[in-house]
Design a protein around this ligand. Sequence first.
Ligand code: NAP
Length: 266
Amino acid sequence: MTAAPDFIGRLPVLILGGTSEASILQRRLADDARFSVTLSLAGRTSAPAKSAVSTRVGGFGGPQGLVAWMTEHRIALVCDATHPFAARISRNAATACEQAGVPLLAIRRPAWQPLEGDAWTDVEDMTAAAAALGATPRRVVLTIGRQELAAFATAPQHAYLARTIEPVGDIVSLPSLVVTSARGPFALQDEIAFLEDARAEVLVTKNSGGEATYAKIAAARMLGLPVIMVRRPHVPDVPSVPDAEQALRWLNGASPSLRAQRSSPE
Ligand code: NAP
């Protein structure tokens, strides 16, 4: 669905979404008469949760496409509430907002930090994660999404169980790969049962941060399971807040000056 521009005194705000923070933000702004919000989703999930605001789905066509879309919809502010591993859209947002002179606020949720009892091996990316599994065959649980499963083709000696939100299809062929589809959040007891049932010897995951998917990390700690933790990709250094609540506070504070900018002659 394409968002209808709403110029009747409302500030058009674009939320780049796909996260729980974006969901909270759009729900909280939906009935706020100061803003006219469009939520943008990449379209990776076949049945995204229903949103309370205008929603558009699919890429913009790089930074230039995003500039064009923002101009057409007279966007006054962009909130990058994408996932910490969605680095390309975050880079595009930074480039496009700079070019278009539109303020950008990013929600950057803090990374998880190891606690006592955690046995993490931090790695740079998925290729390094596959290498870190070692030569000896192991039973590996992957909670990394589906887009990067192919990286484990370099380590075909292991038996993999991948948990993904969407079915994987035939994008990856590993000699021993079982895929199970499930959507979080997951409770701690369920994660313990999941890892035990899988007879996991190691868990590979991304350092996504946040609470919704943390239970598997706590479960691994309780089971004494080693974790290969993929570090976050680099994202541009833009004004940021750690959560949706603080983004709302920022929007409330910025709204009068953005409004004044809009009403002054160009
Ligand atoms: P990405 O690699 O940064 O983005 C790839 C391309 O997808 C972008 O260049 C953009 O296409 C399009 N895109 C991404 N997010 C978009 C959005 N919110 N609205 C419109 N277009 C978007 O991102 P990704 O890793 O594929 O993730 C896609 C989406 O899934 C993101 O919205 C992210 O928040 C969510 N997500 C990602 C992860 C993850 O681990 N990567 C996990 C959970 C949720 P154009 O260049 O054509 O504009």
